[in-house]
Write a protein that binds this ligand. Structure first.
Ligand code: NAD
Length: 347
């Protein structure tokens, strides 16, 4: 006869107690200890790179995976569970049902339709909009106090879509934006100057895409502002070299996709760094896609990347970086590009 699930769990409890003698007078867990949970929607290349980075970095107590393909989903869940002996202890769950995401602190959305041959960007966006209509409302319902982090492309417009569909306050809806572009930028500058990328402070803001803006005026290495230092020392630098570095940042994703078919590792680390700043309340500044209205002279309801401080409540604030007139104009142009695209959705 089949056992009921309650008698089965009672039995496993008894077995656990036979195997391991509990110390009943031991201090109970601190009531302030918060159980943390992340859900990752979409277990493709990007979702799995994020999931495995989160696991290796010991960021949560529970990780829930959701995908529309049940076989792939179960396969990925089992494959990760089988690494339990080598990883920090994390409960890994997976289901096509959004109930599995209930009570998440952070929901990371990576599900997305891929561009098909000769398909326009707008058509792709329309297909992703339909997909988000299936994903965002059940996520918001199951984790009404959680934070949404959108990774699917085009990330800025889809973060706007997630904000509209969730009904969440804007500080709890974030797009991974140019956090990855900025990491590529820092890598290329570090490579050019032969220094450690972690010592390079440099930001790409605006659209995660072709109209992104490199903030050259605020780049510093080990606390030394690069452009003014070169100016003061009368060291000649070529504008073209700088422009080529920015071009290489924009081309970076296309190059990786042409070579290996998709990007995964860098976006995995990039999103895990955002998850850490949010869940561990790090108040760290990341260039991420946020509601930009009223910042840097932007007046529309548009999501694009600005240097934002992240913590347990989501977006805590925006840095007032000093932008040159040219950078300011480029940022407004970037906002206009996203806005023109966004208004075609009629949301
Ligand atoms: N923002 C960034 O910096 C960045 C970087 C890399 C990739 N991306 C984007 O991330 C997305 C995912 O890329 P990928 O390479 O992992 O793609 P992929 O095709 O490997 O994975 C997509 C996954 O989404 C799942 N899916 C499709 N419809 C779904 C639905 N309705 N509900 C749940 N799951 C669904 C698919 O089954 C698949 O497992 C793309 O939009 C890509 O452009 C963004």
């Amino acid at each position: 006869m089949e056992k009921s699930s309650s008698s089965a769990s009672l039995e496993s409890l008894n077995i656990a107690q036979t195997f391991f003698t509990p110390i009943h007078q031991a201090t109970p867990p601190s009531p302030t200890k918060h159980h943390t949970k992340i859900s990752v929607i979409g277990v493709g290349n990007v979702g799995m790179a994020i999931a495995q980075t989160i696991l290796t970095q010991d960021l949560v107590d529970e990780l829930a995976l959701v995908d529309s393909n049940p076989n792939k989903l179960r396969g990925e869940m089992l494959d990760l569970q089988h690494a339990a002996a080598f990883l920090p202890r994390t409960k890994i769950l997976a289901s096509v049902d959004y109930a599995v995401t209930a009570g998440s602190d952070l929901c990371i959305v990576t599900a997305g339709a891929r561009q098909i041959a000769r398909e326009s960007r707008l058509n792709l966006l329309q297909r992703n909009l339909e997909l988000f209509r299936m994903i965002i409302p059940p996520l918001a319902k199951n984790s009404p106090d959680g934070i949404l982090l959108v990774v699917s492309n085009p990330v800025d417009v889809l973060t706007f879509v997630a904000w509209k569909l969730s009904g969440f306050s804007s500080n709890r809806v974030i797009g991974s934006g140019t956090n990855l572009d900025s990491s590529r930028f820092r890598f290329l500058i570090a490579d050019h100057l032969d220094v450690n990328a972690q010592d390079v402070q440099a930001y790409i803001v605006g659209e995660h895409g072709d109209s992104s803006v490199a903030l050259w005026s605020s780049i510093s290495v080990g606390g030394v502002p690069v452009l003014s230092f070169l100016d003061k020392q009368a060291i000649k630098y070529e504008k073209e070299t700088l422009e080529n570095i920015h071009k290489a940042v924009i081309q970076g994703a296309y190059e990786v996709i042409n070579l290996k078919g998709y990007t995964s590792w860098a976006i995995g680390y990039s999103v895990a760094s955002l998850a850490r700043s949010i869940l561990r309340n790090q108040r760290k500044i990341h260039p991420v896609s946020i509601l930009a209205k009223n910042f840097y002279g932007i007046d529309g309801e548009v999501f694009l990347s600005l240097p934002a401080q992240l913590g347990r409540a989501g977006v805590l604030g925006v840095t007032n970086a000093h932008l040159t007139d040219e950078e300011m104009q480029q940022l407004r142009d970037s906002a206009k590009t996203i806005m023109e695209f966004q208004t075609q959705l009629g949301l």
